[in-house]
Design a protein around this ligand. Structure first.
Ligand code: AMP
Length: 615
């Protein structure tokens, strides 16, 4: 009999959309719990198999991985939000065929061939998410429409956006995309400590990720990430397979490498034994097939000896991540273990040796990310009033302004979501368009910052310089996606663009940009001051040069010559980038042209009067 639970309107689920397995969780009575899948399991293998074009998800699909390989897709997360060129390298680890072209014929996109049809990675992920949603609905007995989904910390914005789109296709409103290591830290309640430096050691089925998080005022910031995209629990199974296959070859004369079915059965048995050895000192590797009856007892120490070199491969990425974060192992306050293989004692031992402290393993390592996602979901559902802000803008965001300067609208470390607005104007008379150049970084010169996007706002009324009012809005949503809107306040003409500030930007690069910013702060400031002075002086120079003939016409020759000399001094000052000379010439020129300006106004009034008398 299924337990009855009181339906409530605001169910938000937490989803760990994994490469190998996915989980869905929610918080009940303040505690996160993983929900059973429709197959009655906690894990849902992230595998989709098509039977007569109809998708099957989970263990049922995983079982078809060998028999119906042509119709079965797995590890699709490796392809999510990536272009053809990005994944061409990974093609060898994925047995299915990846073809160029997405649903809109975009040649940069990719699809996966399944029999006669092709599917995008987003579509496959949506099928998995739909299964997770259905599982949660069955477990909770209420419709579910909102979710928090986790992604690896290194996911760029295109990968995050693809995850969000997949959720949308699955009928879920994705309230937030959060980093997997952040979710793991949340599940351990580390946010309650307010401050800390946390290493998250995450070994999944096929990948290893390490993230260094900084917890400050309850906000998690990713300081560095590293890892190995082809290192995980599957490699441990393969190591066992290699030993066993050799024995079988010698004793039974069978070559598993030439028999897909046998090979698959051996891998399955290897995985089973590995899992057993995480709890027992000994385990039996056993396969009972028509062609082969094989069994062999393994001790934990024998298994550990075999896999230690593989686990040791996690050491360098961990040390590199620490180096990138500018930290030493002893600076860490916590080490959190994520992923099925971290249940193995040898993996915990290696992590302890790398970080020099006892790793946190009390929350199920394969459920910890889903649990954290559920905690975040609970907060967003309004059930937990301890509002937690999880992310900040890692680098300032701004616009290019006249003279090649970066004008920041949102300062780094601002908590997201956030918005900023500023009104700009034109620098040239009768200017009908402005280039909106969105920048990221801490430097004063445009070229020292990262160019995120450019677009043109056309349709500005042709007015004298300085009169148009162009409002620029920066809006960053909870996932860090930036929307820039530029609007001519007179004509109402508007142009919007969506930018992904962290696209292709690693944490190490962010760090580098910050260091560069600090190193060059003084020179940058001097440069800004110069450009500002020049921006003021140049229009004055242009104007004075235009009026020189009038000076000689209306003023005594000597006075006109003085103006001419000051124009020359100003020009020279600008050419030589001499701030003092420019300021001085500007001041003198301003004073000596007062009379000329008065005379010109008088002349203009008189000529206007003459014209009206004629009428
Ligand atoms: P995950 O992506 O975190 O679900 O990790 C999947 C990997 O964890 C697979 O290679 C599993 O075989 C492995 N795994 C799951 N449970 C255990 C366990 N108790 N001991 C060792 N490995 C495990």
């Amino acid at each position: 009999m299924s337990e009855k639970i009181t339906p409530f309107s605001n169910v938000v689920i937490g989803i760990d959309l994994g490469t190998t397995n996915s989980l869905v969780a929610h918080v009940r009575d303040g505690k996160p719990e993983v929900l059973n899948s429709r197959e009655g399991q906690r894990l849902i293998p992230s595998v989709v198999s098509f039977v007569d074009d109809k998708p099957v998800v989970g263990y049922a699909a995983k079982r078809k991985k060998v028999r119906d390989a042509e119709f079965t897709v797995f590890s699709v997360k490796r392809l999510l939000g990536r272009g053809f060129e990005d994944v061409a390298v990974g093609q060898d680890v994925l047995p299915y065929e990846i073809v160029r072209g997405g649903p809109e014929g975009d040649s940069k996109n990719i699809s996966i061939r399944v029999g006669e049809r092709t599917y995008t990675a987003i579509e496959i992920s949506a099928i998995i998410l739909r299964e997770l949603k259905a599982s949660a609905e069955q477990a909770l007995g209420v419709p579910v429409r909102q979710a928090v989904i986790t992604v690896p910390a290194y996911f760029n914005d295109s990968q995050r956006q693809a995850t969000r789109t997949a959720g949308h296709i699955a009928g879920l409103e994705v309230l937030r995309i959060i980093n997997e290591p952040t979710a793991a830290a949340l599940a351990y309640g580390l946010d309650r400590k307010k401050e800390g430096l946390i290493a998250v050691y995450d070994m999944g089925g096929g990948t290893f990720d390490v993230s260094i998080l900084k917890l400050h005022d309850g906000i998690f910031e990713v300081l560095a990430t590293n890892g190995n995209t082809t290192l995980g629990g599957d490699d441990l199974d393969q190591a066992v397979l290699k030993v066993v296959a050799q024995e079988i070859k010698e004793s039974h004369g069978l070559d598993p490498a030439r028999d897909i079915q046998l090979n698959a059965a051996l891998i399955e048995a290897a995985e089973k034994m590995k899992i057993e050895l995480s709890q027992s000192e000994t385990a039996v590797f056993e396969v009972k097939l028509a062609c082969l009856n094989y069994s062999r007892k393994w001790t934990r120490s024998e298994f550990q000896k075999l896999i230690l070199p593989i686990i040791e491969k996690t050491r360098e990425p961990c040390l590199q991540a620490l180096r990138d974060a500018g930290l030493k192992p002893e600076d860490l306050s916590d080490v959190v273990m994520v992923g099925g293989p971290t249940r193995l004692k040898i993996v915990q031992d290696v992590a302890r040796m790398i970080f020099g402290r006892e790793p946190n393993t009390s929350v199920h390592p394969d459920e910890v990310v889903a649990a954290g996602a559920a905690i975040q979901a609970d907060i967003l559902a309004g059930n937990n009033q301890d509002l937690l802000l999880l992310d900040v803008v890692p680098l300032s965001l701004g616009l290019e302004t006249y003279g090649g300067l970066m004008s920041p609208l949102i300062a780094r470390n601002t908590r997201i979501p956030t918005a900023a607005r500023e009104v700009f104007t034109t620098f040239v008379d009768r200017q009908t368009g402005v280039d909106i150049h969105v920048l990221q970084g801490e430097r004063e010169k445009v070229e020292d910052n990262r160019s995120l996007a450019r677009f043109k706002l056309a349709g500005i009324e042709p007015l004298p310089a300085g009169l148009p009012r162009i409002e620029v809005m920066f809006l960053i949503d909870a996932d860090g996606i930036l929307q820039v809107a530029a609007k001519d306040l007179r004509t109402g003409h508007e142009q919007t663009i969506e930018v992904r500030p962290s696209y292709g930007l690693s944490d190490a690069e962010v760090e580098k940009m910050l260091v560069e910013g600090q190193k060059n702060a003084e020179a940058d400031l001097a440069y800004r001051r110069w450009v500002e002075v020049r921006n003021e002086a140049e229009p004055m120079l242009r104007n004075a040069e235009k009026k020189l003939p009038d000076a000689f016409r209306l003023l005594p020759r000597e006075e006109a010559q003085t103006i001419e000399a000051q124009v020359l001094a100003l020009k020279q000052g600008i050419e030589q980038k001499d701030i003092a000379q420019v300021q001085d010439a500007k001041y003198r020129l301003g004073a000596s042209t007062v009379r000329l300006a008065e005379l010109l106004i008088k002349e203009a009034i008189e000529s206007a009067q003459r014209a009206s008398n004629k009428i």
